[in-house]
Design a protein around this ligand. Structure first.
Ligand code: 5GP
Length: 181
């Protein structure tokens, strides 16, 4: 299902990044990770819920030995505005001291959630922490963070699809859609 426009809950959205463009770009990011992490046996840490499709498609492009793990944090609570209060719903279960970590996130908006996650992981004394994000809104960024693997920089408008939700819906869309106001 790949409509050009769609309705999710009470809002209209238009396609911004097609499924084919997402797949092409993830192949490129996978290649970069294979090159940068050869012999490093990285741990990819997916940030639930939004990462699940990106994580699945990204790991399929990785051919170096790697492990996967998940954390769950929430800051949006289903609407269009970040609550700014970050809650940790599910902590990392794996011991990661001395390991090379790649955080896999759906979107970096203000960067506050990513800052929280990076600080938590750094406290566990890993060998390195890198960030892979499907989407990045540079105009919204409030934190100083190095984002090593960014699939797409987008304008500061609300998006859904390919794992991202609005009011709990829309995560199953194959493409990324931007709100029409
Ligand atoms: P930040 O802390 O960077 O402001 O926001 C990070 C989290 O807010 C993301 O992991 C995501 O859950 C949510 N978020 C930020 N921008 C959007 C957006 O445009 N659409 C959706 N669906 N979620 C977003």
């Amino acid at each position: 299902m790949n409509p050009k426009t769609t309705t999710v809950a009470d809002k209209s959205f238009k396609m911004m990044i097609s499924a084919e463009t997402i797949a092409d770009r993830i192949r490129v990011l996978g290649g970069e990770i294979n090159r940068d992490f050869a012999d490093k046996k990285p741990v990819l840490i997916g940030i639930l819920n939004g990462c699940f499709l990106f994580m699945a498609d990204l790991v399929k492009q990785i051919d170096v030995d790697c492990e996967i793990a998940f954390m769950k944090v929430s800051s949006y609570h289903g609407g269009m505005e970040s609550s700014r209060t970050i809650t940790e719903d599910y902590d990392l279960k794996m011991a990661v001291s001395g390991r090379h970590l790649i955080i896999v996130e759906d979107i970096v908006d203000t960067g506050n959630t990513m800052r929280f996650i990076v600080d938590k992981l750094q406290a566990k004394k890993p060998a390195s922490v890198s960030i892979a994000t499907l989407l990045f809104k540079p105009a919204a960024m409030e934190q100083k963070l190095d984002l090593q693997y960014v699939a797409f920089e987008i304008e500061n408008k609300f998006v859904v699809g390919y794992g991202l939700d609005y009011k709990g819906l829309g995560r199953n869309l194959n493409a990324v859609y931007q709100v029409v106001l």
